[in-house]
Design a protein around this ligand. Structure first.
Ligand SMILES: *Cc1c(COP(=O)(O)O)cnc(C)c1O
Length: 468
């Protein structure tokens, strides 16, 4: 112990480190505050390592400590939120930012962000306007709704609708729809937070119209219907249709709200997805209000879209929470641009990345794999064994849980390291590459890669497999 303690004398002083030529030069490109913090952290770490009998002795040579400080400073200077390459085959990975945006949305963001805009300014009247007007007509045109508004995300949309329509009173929900979506969105909690008393009706697998009818009383302000986005109850099941619910609710003078989750604007069954009602179809049942996400299958930015009857939408707009949940101008620009593409469904399918990836035929995925395999083999030589395998992609993001998209992937088996080690190194590479492991192989699913990603993937693979 005392031998190790004696080594502490060799730890350089922070100021001496900072005045080394290497770190002085680094100040031209990195902020001083980060280099100093890096030096302090590195010296602290070294002190702990020296004193830890179980740890191998670190290299205390002055140049080694300087080098370690320089790379630590570079790591501190790297943006925290950055691009990653997604080869998981999950199209809408909530942890990876859900939907990539279309070019039109990126251009709209850039234009609106660079200068001033008519965000809340009516150019014709020359007076204050409303921000939701930029998308309201579009949403109505695409869904058949009378009025629409948008907020920060779908969780916010549901909360706002609950608070505005049923705050201080109660709402009926089927026991089969008391769902949890990842990230603490749980229907009972959301209702409590919105000040709405939850009245559960029916059972887990079967809820009948008479269950709703029996539960309706003078405190009932709303019937809530929730899309069971991320799970399915199979077998002996029954749920009440939108038509029946709307007609029952309207006899009692209360509205029906449906949280659709993903919210399809076009039918995606031709691309192998299960049949889901579109937003238009949901509204056609007579339901008063529908909410859905902007960044799930719609393929736009994070947003909560609310569409339905004008009187109900007006109630939401007047609620104080509407201001707290308001959408920002960059999101609004991206949302408008994405929605405009949907005016021509062929355009949407050709331009919205999520829809493009969804619609990729197996033959195209096979071709991409062959092309990528050739490039990988050329770049990596025999450091890995690569082959093309059948692989199933998923939609993710809590949308269409049972949908499986058949495709192909490249399976990599590194020779000099374990597949877990390969995955770890790829995750920590620059840019980070996120994939999945299946049958002790690292799978590269080309469905979620664009051409630029492919070059980045090759670069990252080269780096991690060559660094021993
Ligand atoms: C995803 C989802 C939500 C939450 O939407 P966010 O846009 O993530 O806030 C709410 N309800 C359902 C049914 C969902 O699928």
């Amino acid at each position: 112990m005392s031998d190790r303690r004696a080594l502490l004398r060799h730890l350089p002083a922070i100021d001496r480190l900072l005045s080394s030529p290497r770190l002085s030069r680094l100040e031209q490109s990195l902020p001083h505050i980060l280099i100093r913090e890096a030096a302090q952290k590195v010296v602290d770490e070294l002190r702990h390592q020296v004193l830890d009998e179980r740890a191998p002795l670190p290299d205390l040579a002055f140049d080694a400590v300087v080098e370690r400080t320089a790379s630590r400073a570079a790591a501190l200077a790297r943006p925290s939120l950055r691009r990653v390459v997604n080869v998981t085959g999950t199209l809408l990975h909530t942890n990876l930012g859900r939907a990539p945006l279309c070019t039109e949305a990126l251009q709209a963001i850039s234009e609106v962000a660079q200068g001033y805009s008519n965000l809340e300014y009516d150019l014709v009247a020359g007076q204050r306007g409303k921000r939701f007007t930029h998308v309201e007509e579009l949403v109505c045109r695409l869904t058949g709704g009378e009025a629409a508004t948008v907020v920060n995300n779908n969780a916010g949309a549901v909360m706002l609708a609950l608070a505005a329509l049923a705050g201080g009173r109660s709402a009926l929900v089927s026991r089969g729809e008391l769902i949890e979506i990842g990230g603490s969105f749980r229907i009972p909690d959301i209702m409590a937070a919105s000040g709405v008393a939850l009245v559960e009706v029916g059972t887990t697998n079967k809820t009948h119209l008479k269950d709703y009818a029996a539960a309706l009383d003078s405190k009932t302000a709303l019937i809530l219907k929730v899309h069971t986005s991320n799970y399915r109850i199979l077998g002996f099941t029954e749920a009440v249709s939108g038509e029946e619910l709307a007609s029952l609710a309207h006899q009692h003078g209360v509205p029906v709200l449906e949280d659709l989750g993903s919210g399809l604007l076009i039918d995606l069954t031709p691309y192998g997805l299960p049949r889901e009602p579109t937003v238009r179809e949901a509204l056609q049942t007579g339901i008063d209000l529908v909410t859905f996400s902007g960044d799930k299958l719609l393929g736009g930015p994070q947003a909560g879209i609310i569409v339905g009857k004008r009187v109900v939408i007006d109630q939401l707009r007047k609620h104080p929470m509407a201001r707290a949940l308001r959408i920002d101008k960059l999101t609004l620009a991206a949302l408008e641009a994405t929605l405009r593409l949907y005016l021509d469904p062929h355009q949407a399918l050709a331009q919205v990345p999520t829809l493009k990836m969804l619609a990729l035929p197996v033959s195209e995925l096979q071709q991409r794999c062959e092309h990528l395999l050739a490039r990988l083999t050329k770049a990596l030589g025999d450091a890995v064994a690569c082959s093309i395998v059948d692989a199933t992609a998923t939609v993710g993001g809590g949308a269409l849980p049972l949908a499986e998209l058949p495709g192909r992937a490249i399976a990599l088996a590194p020779k000099a390291l374990s597949v877990n080690e390969l995955a770890t190194r790829l995750r920590r590479s620059e840019p980070p590459v996120i994939g999945r492991i299946q049958d002790d192989r690292f799978l590269v699913d080309p469905r979620t890669l664009n051409a630029e990603d492919e070059a980045l993937l090759l670069q990252a693979m080269g780096q991690v497999l060559q660094s021993g």
